[in-house]
Design a protein around this ligand. Structure first.
Ligand code: PLP
Length: 401
């Protein structure tokens, strides 16, 4: 594949990435999504929109986030040097705000009054509620009752930020039902509201729109590596749940001689239900109105998944990743629950950085890669901070000794 004018080619006019993606929507929503696509394509060229987004990133989010040379970690590990793109220092503590602020700004330009979304562990809900507060919009977050009970700090955050949390009480009362419930609420109120997806997934134009809003991570990191080291990194690693932080950082290096590695959650075993490695073990299928590698049960329904990192436990993956896998441009590997915790504790002790469990998957993979490489530089997207994970870690793994 030719990566020199990649962004004008992908997605194509049908919203597809070499057959993945698209928009498998109920008929009443087809014109609604077409309207969002058309409006976004105009705004992506609109200087006022872009200037407002740049200003938000700088003055509200605290961008650019630094790239940090993890010298202690690199020395203890041996081999290539490790560099961290510090998305954990972005406001709210993760990369998710990059696309939520973009989605909020889009809603404002479209004249919408309300942001609607679902959330699993609550990370997307908190980032979106933050954007809604900033833009003075209403925010309605659908969340399974089981998740509400498990994730009470995030529920409190959303409420403090002024969001309405709608409990979903049918089925398994978790993420899948929350998606259905959010979609229903959106269909009933599409004139006044906009549905905001939390990763590079869902129907077109969301995989494109979320990727575009996350590209800032890669653009900054590429410049920062050149400034710090005088060269591009030899390899870039990022964890892949839906795939937004990975697309954000990979996108800047697609046309460079840089190896790209996406890291999927291998959980606690290889059986269906023990992991969430959609590209490793999945087959193409349609989930939440788009086509991708998907973990499926015997009936072709999305299978139950597991990961220690709640931000990675999704049975599908962004369509762009599926294309990049098939083309061989990105290599997808894995990291288990226990391996990621090992990397988590190393980063705490050696660098004074408490990472998100999600991000620790990428750190582990990078450490293994750096050992094999012996020299050179590996850049890791440290997608978020670990404050949200502390109670879980201490209860289950103690203090790492
Ligand atoms: C949600 C989340 C992820 C996974 O989402 P992607 O879309 O795959 O990036 C990774 N890291 C953190 C910290 C998250 O909150």
């Amino acid at each position: 594949m030719d990566y020199s004018n990649y962004f004008t080619q992908f997605p194509d006019e049908d919203g597809e990435f070499a057959g993945y993606g698209g928009a498998y929507l109920p008929p009443p929503l087809i014109p609604v999504f077409a309207e969002i696509t058309a409006a976004y394509q105009g705004l992506a060229q609109d200087e006022q929109f872009l200037e407002e987004l740049r200003s938000i990133r700088k003055h509200y989010q605290g961008r650019p986030t630094p790239v940090f040379h993890a010298k202690n970690l690199s020395a203890a590990n041996g081999g290539a040097q490790i560099y961290l793109k510090r998305e954990d220092l972005n406001h709210t503590g993760a990369h998710k705000l990059n696309h939520c602020m973009g989605e909020g700004l889009l809603a404002k330009y479209l004249g919408k009054r309300k942001l609607i979304a679902e959330t699993g562990a609550g990370q997307h809900g908190v980032a979106l509620a933050t954007a809604a507060a900033y833009f003075g919009l209403e925010c309605e977050i659908h969340m399974g009752e089981v998740d509400i009970a498990k994730e009470s700090p995030n529920v409190s955050r959303m409420k403090l930020l002024g969001a309405k949390v709608v409990p979903v009480t049918h089925g398994l009362k978790t993420l899948k039902e929350a998606v259905d419930s959010a979609f229903e609420a959106y269909m009933a109120d599409a004139d006044d509201s906009i549905y905001c997806i939390g990763s590079v997934v869902g129907p077109h134009p969301f995989p494109m729109l979320v990727r575009d809003f996350q590209r800032v991570v890669g653009i900054e990191a590429r410049e920062q590596m050149l400034e710090l080291t005088g060269a591009l990194p030899d390899a870039v690693c990022a964890c892949v749940g839906g795939g937004s932080n990975a697309m954000g950082i990979f996108s800047a290096f697609l046309d460079d001689p840089v190896e790209l590695f996406g890291v999927e959650p291998m959980g606690k075993g290889t059986k269906l239900g023990e992991h969430a490695a959609s590209m490793e073990y999945g087959e193409p299928g349609v989930i939440h109105a788009f086509k991708c590698y998907m973990l499926q049960d015997e009936d072709g329904e999305p299978a139950p998944v597991h990961s220690i990192a709640s931000g990675l436990d999704y049975p599908g993956v962004g369509p762009e990743h599926c294309m990049l896998k098939d083309d061989g441009r990105v290599t997808y590997g894995g990291c288990s629950d226990d391996e990621c915790m090992d990397a988590f504790f190393k980063l705490c002790r050696l660098e004074g950085i408490i990472p998100a469990i999600e991000s620790s998957h990428a750190v582990h993979y990078a450490l293994e890669l750096a050992k094999k490489m012996k020299t050179g530089a590996v850049l890791v997207n440290l997608s978020g901070r670990g404050d949200k994970d502390l109670d879980f870690v201490i209860e289950n793994y103690g203090y790492g000794e």
